[in-house]
Design a protein. Structure first.
Length: 97
């Protein structure tokens, strides 16, 4: 099954902040891993998040983390962050729920 990929406003802003080469690698990884099997958890790449309602998944690409949810044929990307920014963002997301 082919999933549609939707970037939130924040995710679009996040990806623009990355260097061009990192941006290209992340976009390729999103296409490769999230287009057809976004829920396929792997030890090194995709992780299902625990203790948090949304986002449910994280895609790791080098030092960049992509946080997303999957809903009936659609992948909704919430944020694309450097590893160093991820913990603060997750705390912020947990606090708003």
């Amino acid at each position: 099954m082919r999933y549609d990929i939707i970037y939130s406003f924040k995710a679009r802003a996040n990806i623009r902040r990355l260097k061009a080469n990192a941006r290209a690698v992340v976009r390729d990884a999103i296409e490769e891993h999230l287009r057809y099997e976004p829920k396929k958890v792997s030890k090194s790449r995709i992780k299902q998040m625990r203790d948090i309602a949304s986002p449910r998944y994280r895609l790791r690409v080098d030092d960049v983390r992509t946080y997303y949810d999957v809903d009936s044929g659609t992948v909704i990307i919430h944020a694309i962050l450097l590893k160093s920014e991820s913990q603060d963002w997750l705390k912020e997301v947990e606090g708003t729920k």
